[in-house]
Design a protein around this ligand. Structure first.
Ligand SMILES: *[C@@H]1O[C@H](CO)[C@@H](O)[C@H](O)[C@H]1NC(C)=O
Ligand SMILES: *[C@@H]1O[C@H](CO)[C@@H](O)[C@H](O)[C@H]1NC(C)=O
Ligand SMILES: *[C@@H]1O[C@H](CO)[C@@H](O)[C@H](O)[C@H]1NC(C)=O
Ligand SMILES: *[C@@H]1O[C@H](CO)[C@@H](O)[C@H](O)[C@H]1NC(C)=O
Ligand SMILES: *[C@@H]1O[C@H](CO)[C@@H](O)[C@H](O)[C@H]1NC(C)=O
Length: 359
Protein backbone atom coordinates (compact mmCIF):
# COMPACT_ATOMS: atom_id res chain seq x y z
CA UNK A 1 0.00 0.00 0.00
CA UNK A 2 2.90 2.37 0.84
CA UNK A 3 4.32 1.51 -2.57
CA UNK A 4 1.10 2.49 -4.25
CA UNK A 5 0.95 5.86 -2.47
CA UNK A 6 4.58 6.41 -3.37
CA UNK A 7 3.80 5.76 -7.05
CA UNK A 8 0.87 8.12 -6.99
CA UNK A 9 3.08 10.80 -5.39
CA UNK A 10 5.78 10.38 -8.02
CA UNK A 11 3.18 10.43 -10.73
CA UNK A 12 1.69 13.60 -9.34
CA UNK A 13 5.07 15.33 -9.09
CA UNK A 14 5.87 14.34 -12.67
CA UNK A 15 2.54 15.61 -13.86
CA UNK A 16 3.04 18.97 -12.13
CA UNK A 17 6.57 19.21 -13.55
CA UNK A 18 5.33 18.40 -17.04
CA UNK A 19 2.48 20.93 -16.84
CA UNK A 20 4.92 23.57 -15.58
CA UNK A 21 7.46 23.00 -18.34
CA UNK A 22 4.74 22.95 -20.96
CA UNK A 23 3.39 26.27 -19.71
CA UNK A 24 6.90 27.75 -19.71
CA UNK A 25 7.38 26.64 -23.29
CA UNK A 26 3.97 27.88 -24.26
CA UNK A 27 4.59 31.22 -22.54
CA UNK A 28 7.96 31.65 -24.25
CA UNK A 29 6.60 30.68 -27.65
CA UNK A 30 3.67 33.00 -27.31
CA UNK A 31 5.91 35.78 -26.13
CA UNK A 32 8.24 35.30 -29.09
CA UNK A 33 5.49 36.54 -31.36
CA UNK A 34 5.57 40.02 -29.87
CA UNK A 35 8.55 42.44 -29.71
CA UNK A 36 10.94 41.72 -26.85
CA UNK A 37 12.92 44.49 -25.17
CA UNK A 38 14.07 42.96 -21.86
CA UNK A 39 17.83 42.13 -22.03
CA UNK A 40 17.33 39.01 -19.84
CA UNK A 41 19.13 35.98 -21.34
CA UNK A 42 16.03 33.99 -22.03
CA UNK A 43 14.45 36.89 -23.78
CA UNK A 44 17.59 37.46 -25.84
CA UNK A 45 17.40 33.87 -27.00
CA UNK A 46 13.76 34.18 -27.79
CA UNK A 47 14.50 37.37 -29.68
CA UNK A 48 17.11 35.62 -31.84
CA UNK A 49 14.86 32.69 -32.54
CA UNK A 50 12.04 35.03 -33.29
CA UNK A 51 13.78 36.55 -36.28
CA UNK A 52 14.75 33.09 -37.54
CA UNK A 53 11.20 31.96 -37.15
CA UNK A 54 10.07 34.83 -39.33
CA UNK A 55 12.50 33.82 -42.07
CA UNK A 56 11.60 30.13 -42.10
CA UNK A 57 7.93 30.51 -41.27
CA UNK A 58 6.06 27.78 -43.07
CA UNK A 59 8.89 25.28 -42.86
CA UNK A 60 9.84 25.27 -39.17
CA UNK A 61 6.52 25.98 -37.52
CA UNK A 62 6.09 24.86 -33.95
CA UNK A 63 8.61 22.00 -33.84
CA UNK A 64 11.14 24.72 -33.80
CA UNK A 65 10.05 25.88 -30.33
CA UNK A 66 11.59 22.76 -28.85
CA UNK A 67 14.91 23.65 -30.45
CA UNK A 68 15.91 26.55 -28.31
CA UNK A 69 16.18 24.63 -25.05
CA UNK A 70 19.98 24.35 -25.31
CA UNK A 71 22.50 27.06 -26.15
CA UNK A 72 24.17 24.84 -28.73
CA UNK A 73 21.10 24.66 -30.92
CA UNK A 74 20.45 28.36 -30.69
CA UNK A 75 23.93 29.06 -32.04
CA UNK A 76 23.31 26.66 -34.92
CA UNK A 77 19.98 28.23 -35.63
CA UNK A 78 21.32 31.74 -35.82
CA UNK A 79 24.18 30.64 -38.12
CA UNK A 80 21.66 29.01 -40.40
CA UNK A 81 19.74 32.26 -40.37
CA UNK A 82 22.76 34.24 -41.54
CA UNK A 83 23.48 31.81 -44.38
CA UNK A 84 19.88 31.84 -45.36
CA UNK A 85 19.75 35.61 -45.67
CA UNK A 86 23.07 35.97 -47.50
CA UNK A 87 22.14 33.28 -50.05
CA UNK A 88 18.65 34.72 -50.48
CA UNK A 89 18.16 33.31 -53.94
CA UNK A 90 18.94 29.66 -53.33
CA UNK A 91 19.54 26.93 -55.91
CA UNK A 92 15.88 26.21 -56.71
CA UNK A 93 15.00 29.83 -57.28
CA UNK A 94 14.40 30.38 -61.01
CA UNK A 95 16.33 33.68 -61.01
CA UNK A 96 19.47 31.48 -61.10
CA UNK A 97 18.57 30.11 -64.53
CA UNK A 98 17.71 31.37 -67.96
CA UNK A 99 15.99 29.92 -70.99
CA UNK A 100 18.23 28.67 -73.79
CA UNK A 101 15.30 27.71 -75.99
CA UNK A 102 12.15 29.70 -75.43
CA UNK A 103 8.69 30.39 -76.82
CA UNK A 104 8.04 33.84 -75.40
CA UNK A 105 5.05 34.55 -77.67
CA UNK A 106 3.37 31.19 -77.31
CA UNK A 107 0.60 32.65 -75.14
CA UNK A 108 -0.27 35.58 -77.41
CA UNK A 109 -3.54 33.77 -78.25
CA UNK A 110 -4.58 33.95 -74.57
CA UNK A 111 -4.94 30.24 -73.84
CA UNK A 112 -7.42 29.21 -71.19
CA UNK A 113 -5.34 26.23 -70.08
CA UNK A 114 -1.59 25.57 -70.44
CA UNK A 115 -0.20 22.07 -70.00
CA UNK A 116 3.43 22.11 -68.84
CA UNK A 117 5.23 18.80 -69.22
CA UNK A 118 8.64 18.35 -67.58
CA UNK A 119 10.54 15.78 -69.59
CA UNK A 120 14.17 14.68 -70.03
CA UNK A 121 15.86 16.06 -73.20
CA UNK A 122 16.38 12.60 -74.71
CA UNK A 123 12.74 11.49 -74.24
CA UNK A 124 11.68 12.21 -77.83
CA UNK A 125 9.31 9.22 -77.88
CA UNK A 126 7.43 10.45 -74.83
CA UNK A 127 7.04 13.88 -76.39
CA UNK A 128 5.83 12.41 -79.67
CA UNK A 129 3.28 10.19 -77.91
CA UNK A 130 1.90 13.28 -76.17
CA UNK A 131 1.96 15.30 -79.40
CA UNK A 132 -0.19 12.67 -81.07
CA UNK A 133 -2.64 12.31 -78.14
CA UNK A 134 -3.70 14.80 -75.45
CA UNK A 135 -0.97 17.26 -76.41
CA UNK A 136 -2.52 17.70 -79.86
CA UNK A 137 -5.71 19.27 -78.55
CA UNK A 138 -5.82 23.00 -79.19
CA UNK A 139 -9.42 23.59 -78.22
CA UNK A 140 -11.53 21.80 -75.63
CA UNK A 141 -15.16 22.82 -75.05
CA UNK A 142 -14.38 25.97 -77.00
CA UNK A 143 -11.43 26.94 -74.78
CA UNK A 144 -7.90 27.30 -76.11
CA UNK A 145 -5.40 24.76 -74.77
CA UNK A 146 -1.63 24.76 -75.17
CA UNK A 147 0.97 22.07 -74.44
CA UNK A 148 4.65 22.82 -73.81
CA UNK A 149 7.59 20.64 -72.83
CA UNK A 150 10.25 21.80 -70.42
CA UNK A 151 13.74 20.30 -70.49
CA UNK A 152 17.07 21.06 -68.83
CA UNK A 153 20.54 20.79 -70.32
CA UNK A 154 21.36 17.94 -72.68
CA UNK A 155 24.45 15.74 -72.42
CA UNK A 156 26.37 17.52 -75.20
CA UNK A 157 26.38 19.49 -78.48
CA UNK A 158 25.01 16.63 -80.57
CA UNK A 159 22.02 16.07 -78.31
CA UNK A 160 21.53 19.82 -78.17
CA UNK A 161 21.44 20.04 -81.96
CA UNK A 162 18.87 17.22 -82.13
CA UNK A 163 16.72 19.04 -79.63
CA UNK A 164 16.86 22.26 -81.63
CA UNK A 165 15.96 20.41 -84.83
CA UNK A 166 13.04 18.76 -83.07
CA UNK A 167 11.90 22.16 -81.90
CA UNK A 168 11.89 23.79 -85.31
CA UNK A 169 10.43 20.70 -87.04
CA UNK A 170 7.60 20.28 -84.54
CA UNK A 171 5.07 22.73 -83.26
CA UNK A 172 7.54 24.96 -81.48
CA UNK A 173 6.57 23.43 -78.18
CA UNK A 174 9.97 23.09 -76.45
CA UNK A 175 11.37 25.28 -73.71
CA UNK A 176 14.85 24.64 -72.33
CA UNK A 177 16.51 26.05 -69.22
CA UNK A 178 20.18 25.87 -68.27
CA UNK A 179 20.14 23.56 -65.24
CA UNK A 180 21.48 20.00 -65.35
CA UNK A 181 18.49 17.77 -66.08
CA UNK A 182 18.53 15.07 -63.38
CA UNK A 183 16.10 13.45 -60.98
CA UNK A 184 17.62 15.35 -58.07
CA UNK A 185 16.89 18.66 -59.83
CA UNK A 186 13.17 18.14 -60.28
CA UNK A 187 12.43 20.88 -57.79
CA UNK A 188 14.43 23.31 -59.94
CA UNK A 189 12.51 22.12 -63.00
CA UNK A 190 9.17 22.72 -61.36
CA UNK A 191 10.19 26.19 -60.22
CA UNK A 192 11.42 27.01 -63.73
CA UNK A 193 8.00 25.92 -65.04
CA UNK A 194 6.37 28.28 -62.52
CA UNK A 195 8.72 31.04 -63.66
CA UNK A 196 7.86 30.46 -67.33
CA UNK A 197 4.14 30.65 -66.57
CA UNK A 198 4.60 33.76 -64.46
CA UNK A 199 6.70 35.63 -67.02
CA UNK A 200 5.57 34.29 -70.43
CA UNK A 201 1.97 33.38 -69.84
CA UNK A 202 0.36 35.42 -67.07
CA UNK A 203 -2.84 35.77 -69.10
CA UNK A 204 -3.72 32.05 -69.04
CA UNK A 205 -6.56 31.10 -66.70
CA UNK A 206 -5.32 27.70 -65.53
CA UNK A 207 -2.23 25.52 -65.82
CA UNK A 208 -1.57 21.85 -65.45
CA UNK A 209 1.82 20.50 -64.49
CA UNK A 210 1.80 16.96 -65.79
CA UNK A 211 4.42 14.23 -66.11
CA UNK A 212 5.13 12.71 -69.50
CA UNK A 213 3.90 9.20 -68.62
CA UNK A 214 0.42 10.40 -67.72
CA UNK A 215 -2.89 9.96 -69.42
CA UNK A 216 -5.02 13.12 -69.24
CA UNK A 217 -8.67 13.44 -70.12
CA UNK A 218 -8.93 17.08 -71.17
CA UNK A 219 -12.73 17.00 -71.60
CA UNK A 220 -13.23 16.02 -67.98
CA UNK A 221 -10.54 18.42 -66.80
CA UNK A 222 -12.22 21.26 -68.69
CA UNK A 223 -15.59 20.37 -67.19
CA UNK A 224 -14.03 20.70 -63.74
CA UNK A 225 -12.35 24.03 -64.57
CA UNK A 226 -15.50 25.52 -66.07
CA UNK A 227 -17.75 24.40 -63.21
CA UNK A 228 -19.27 27.47 -61.52
CA UNK A 229 -18.00 26.51 -58.07
CA UNK A 230 -14.38 25.99 -59.15
CA UNK A 231 -12.37 28.93 -57.73
CA UNK A 232 -10.64 31.18 -60.27
CA UNK A 233 -7.86 32.16 -57.89
CA UNK A 234 -5.62 30.60 -55.24
CA UNK A 235 -6.81 27.23 -56.49
CA UNK A 236 -4.81 24.04 -56.85
CA UNK A 237 -6.13 20.52 -57.05
CA UNK A 238 -5.07 17.00 -57.90
CA UNK A 239 -4.36 13.84 -55.97
CA UNK A 240 -4.19 15.15 -52.41
CA UNK A 241 -1.36 14.04 -50.12
CA UNK A 242 -1.84 14.84 -46.46
CA UNK A 243 -0.05 13.91 -43.26
CA UNK A 244 2.83 12.40 -45.24
CA UNK A 245 5.97 11.39 -43.35
CA UNK A 246 9.28 12.67 -44.67
CA UNK A 247 11.31 9.62 -45.78
CA UNK A 248 14.55 9.31 -43.79
CA UNK A 249 15.62 5.97 -45.26
CA UNK A 250 18.77 6.70 -47.24
CA UNK A 251 18.03 3.94 -49.75
CA UNK A 252 14.75 5.46 -50.78
CA UNK A 253 14.25 7.45 -53.95
CA UNK A 254 12.35 9.94 -51.81
CA UNK A 255 14.97 10.26 -49.06
CA UNK A 256 15.28 13.80 -47.70
CA UNK A 257 17.98 14.60 -45.12
CA UNK A 258 16.98 16.51 -41.99
CA UNK A 259 19.28 19.36 -42.98
CA UNK A 260 17.10 20.00 -46.03
CA UNK A 261 13.74 19.50 -44.37
CA UNK A 262 13.70 19.22 -40.57
CA UNK A 263 10.02 18.56 -39.87
CA UNK A 264 8.84 14.94 -39.70
CA UNK A 265 5.82 15.53 -41.95
CA UNK A 266 5.10 17.49 -45.12
CA UNK A 267 2.34 20.04 -45.36
CA UNK A 268 -0.64 18.96 -47.46
CA UNK A 269 0.34 18.89 -51.12
CA UNK A 270 -0.88 17.57 -54.47
CA UNK A 271 0.92 14.66 -56.09
CA UNK A 272 3.38 15.84 -58.76
CA UNK A 273 2.22 13.51 -61.53
CA UNK A 274 -0.53 15.95 -62.48
CA UNK A 275 -1.88 18.95 -60.65
CA UNK A 276 -3.95 21.83 -61.95
CA UNK A 277 -3.88 25.37 -60.63
CA UNK A 278 -5.28 28.80 -61.28
CA UNK A 279 -2.64 30.80 -63.12
CA UNK A 280 -2.36 33.52 -60.47
CA UNK A 281 -0.36 31.04 -58.42
CA UNK A 282 2.94 30.74 -60.37
CA UNK A 283 4.27 34.23 -59.51
CA UNK A 284 3.14 33.78 -55.90
CA UNK A 285 4.86 30.38 -55.62
CA UNK A 286 8.07 31.75 -57.14
CA UNK A 287 8.06 34.60 -54.65
CA UNK A 288 7.28 32.39 -51.65
CA UNK A 289 10.09 30.01 -52.64
CA UNK A 290 12.70 32.70 -51.98
CA UNK A 291 12.30 32.02 -48.28
CA UNK A 292 11.99 28.24 -48.48
CA UNK A 293 15.07 26.10 -48.56
CA UNK A 294 14.82 23.67 -51.48
CA UNK A 295 14.55 19.92 -51.05
CA UNK A 296 14.35 17.24 -53.73
CA UNK A 297 10.65 16.33 -53.47
CA UNK A 298 9.22 18.82 -55.95
CA UNK A 299 5.53 18.39 -55.17
CA UNK A 300 6.02 18.59 -51.40
CA UNK A 301 8.21 21.64 -52.01
CA UNK A 302 5.35 23.34 -53.85
CA UNK A 303 3.21 22.33 -50.85
CA UNK A 304 5.64 24.14 -48.54
CA UNK A 305 5.44 27.27 -50.74
CA UNK A 306 1.63 27.10 -50.68
CA UNK A 307 1.65 26.74 -46.92
CA UNK A 308 3.70 29.90 -46.64
CA UNK A 309 1.14 31.62 -48.87
CA UNK A 310 -1.67 30.36 -46.66
CA UNK A 311 -3.23 28.45 -49.56
CA UNK A 312 -4.65 24.98 -48.99
CA UNK A 313 -4.72 22.55 -51.91
CA UNK A 314 -8.30 21.56 -52.70
CA UNK A 315 -9.53 18.02 -52.98
CA UNK A 316 -11.25 17.32 -56.31
CA UNK A 317 -15.06 17.27 -56.04
CA UNK A 318 -14.70 13.63 -57.02
CA UNK A 319 -11.28 12.40 -55.72
CA UNK A 320 -11.42 9.29 -57.92
CA UNK A 321 -10.88 11.58 -60.93
CA UNK A 322 -7.19 11.95 -60.04
CA UNK A 323 -6.00 8.36 -60.13
CA UNK A 324 -2.43 7.20 -59.67
CA UNK A 325 -1.85 3.62 -60.88
CA UNK A 326 -4.85 1.62 -62.00
CA UNK A 327 -4.02 -2.05 -61.92
CA UNK A 328 -6.89 -2.94 -64.16
CA UNK A 329 -8.25 0.09 -66.05
CA UNK A 330 -11.03 -2.03 -67.58
CA UNK A 331 -12.53 -2.55 -64.12
CA UNK A 332 -12.87 1.22 -63.62
CA UNK A 333 -15.54 3.51 -64.93
CA UNK A 334 -13.34 5.95 -66.82
CA UNK A 335 -16.15 8.27 -67.87
CA UNK A 336 -15.12 10.98 -65.37
CA UNK A 337 -11.39 10.29 -65.11
CA UNK A 338 -9.01 13.29 -65.29
CA UNK A 339 -5.54 11.82 -64.68
CA UNK A 340 -3.98 8.41 -64.33
CA UNK A 341 -0.45 7.09 -64.64
CA UNK A 342 -0.24 5.35 -68.00
CA UNK A 343 3.32 4.26 -67.19
CA UNK A 344 4.83 4.17 -70.66
CA UNK A 345 4.75 5.88 -74.03
CA UNK A 346 2.79 2.99 -75.56
CA UNK A 347 0.27 3.02 -72.73
CA UNK A 348 -0.36 6.76 -73.18
CA UNK A 349 -1.37 6.07 -76.78
CA UNK A 350 -3.31 2.93 -75.84
CA UNK A 351 -5.34 4.80 -73.21
CA UNK A 352 -6.06 7.56 -75.67
CA UNK A 353 -7.34 5.22 -78.39
CA UNK A 354 -9.36 3.30 -75.81
CA UNK A 355 -11.13 6.36 -74.40
CA UNK A 356 -11.62 8.03 -77.81
CA UNK A 357 -13.09 4.80 -79.10
CA UNK A 358 -15.76 4.92 -76.38
CA UNK A 359 -16.75 8.54 -76.89
C1 LIG B 1 16.02 41.79 -31.06
O1 LIG B 1 16.05 41.65 -32.47
C2 LIG B 1 16.06 42.85 -33.20
C3 LIG B 1 16.06 42.49 -34.68
O2 LIG B 1 15.01 41.61 -34.94
C4 LIG B 1 17.30 43.67 -32.81
O3 LIG B 1 17.27 44.90 -33.50
C5 LIG B 1 17.32 43.91 -31.32
O4 LIG B 1 18.50 44.56 -30.96
C6 LIG B 1 17.21 42.58 -30.57
N1 LIG B 1 17.09 42.81 -29.14
C7 LIG B 1 17.83 42.18 -28.25
C8 LIG B 1 17.54 42.51 -26.85
O5 LIG B 1 18.62 41.31 -28.56
C1 LIG C 1 -3.28 16.42 -84.51
O1 LIG C 1 -4.64 16.44 -84.87
C2 LIG C 1 -4.90 16.77 -86.23
C3 LIG C 1 -6.39 16.79 -86.41
O2 LIG C 1 -6.99 17.66 -85.51
C4 LIG C 1 -4.25 15.76 -87.14
O3 LIG C 1 -4.43 16.13 -88.48
C5 LIG C 1 -2.74 15.68 -86.84
O4 LIG C 1 -2.15 14.66 -87.58
C6 LIG C 1 -2.52 15.41 -85.35
N1 LIG C 1 -1.12 15.48 -85.04
C7 LIG C 1 -0.43 14.43 -84.59
C8 LIG C 1 1.01 14.66 -84.30
O5 LIG C 1 -0.93 13.35 -84.41
C1 LIG D 1 21.62 19.08 -60.89
O1 LIG D 1 21.91 17.73 -60.70
C2 LIG D 1 23.23 17.31 -60.93
C3 LIG D 1 23.36 15.84 -60.67
O2 LIG D 1 22.30 15.27 -59.95
C4 LIG D 1 24.22 18.14 -60.16
O3 LIG D 1 25.53 17.77 -60.47
C5 LIG D 1 23.98 19.62 -60.42
O4 LIG D 1 24.86 20.41 -59.70
C6 LIG D 1 22.55 19.96 -60.09
N1 LIG D 1 22.23 21.39 -60.12
C7 LIG D 1 22.12 22.21 -61.18
C8 LIG D 1 21.83 23.63 -60.88
O5 LIG D 1 22.23 21.87 -62.34
C1 LIG E 1 -9.83 33.97 -68.29
O1 LIG E 1 -9.03 35.04 -67.86
C2 LIG E 1 -9.31 36.28 -68.47
C3 LIG E 1 -8.29 37.28 -67.98
O2 LIG E 1 -7.00 36.86 -68.26
C4 LIG E 1 -10.73 36.70 -68.17
O3 LIG E 1 -11.03 37.89 -68.83
C5 LIG E 1 -11.69 35.60 -68.60
O4 LIG E 1 -13.00 35.92 -68.19
C6 LIG E 1 -11.29 34.27 -68.00
N1 LIG E 1 -12.12 33.23 -68.55
C7 LIG E 1 -12.84 32.42 -67.83
C8 LIG E 1 -13.71 31.46 -68.58
O5 LIG E 1 -12.82 32.42 -66.62
C1 LIG F 1 -20.01 5.38 -65.59
O1 LIG F 1 -20.44 6.47 -64.78
C2 LIG F 1 -21.37 7.35 -65.43
C3 LIG F 1 -21.70 8.49 -64.50
O2 LIG F 1 -20.74 8.70 -63.57
C4 LIG F 1 -22.61 6.60 -65.84
O3 LIG F 1 -23.49 7.47 -66.54
C5 LIG F 1 -22.23 5.42 -66.73
O4 LIG F 1 -23.37 4.66 -67.02
C6 LIG F 1 -21.18 4.55 -66.04
N1 LIG F 1 -20.76 3.52 -67.00
C7 LIG F 1 -20.64 2.23 -66.67
C8 LIG F 1 -20.16 1.31 -67.74
O5 LIG F 1 -20.89 1.83 -65.54
Amino acid sequence: ERDLICHIKTGFVLLVALTLSLSVIYFVYDFSLSPVKDPHTWFNLVNQTQSYNLVTEGLSGKTFVWNFVTNQQIIQTTTAQKNHISVHHHVAHPSNYHFILDEPDKCSQNPFLVLMVPVAPQQVDARNAIRSTWGNESSVQGKAVLTLFLVGLTGGPEAQQQLEEEKSRQHRDLVQSNFVDSYFNWTIKTMVIMDWLATRCPQANFSLKVDSDMYIDLENLMTLLLAPNTPRQNYITGHLMWNQNVIRNKNSKWYVPKELYPKPKYPTYVLGMGYVFSNDLPPKIVEASEAIKPFNIEDAYVGACLKRLGINPSGAPDPSQFQTYMNNPKSHNLSKLITTIAGSTEKVVEFWLNVKGHK
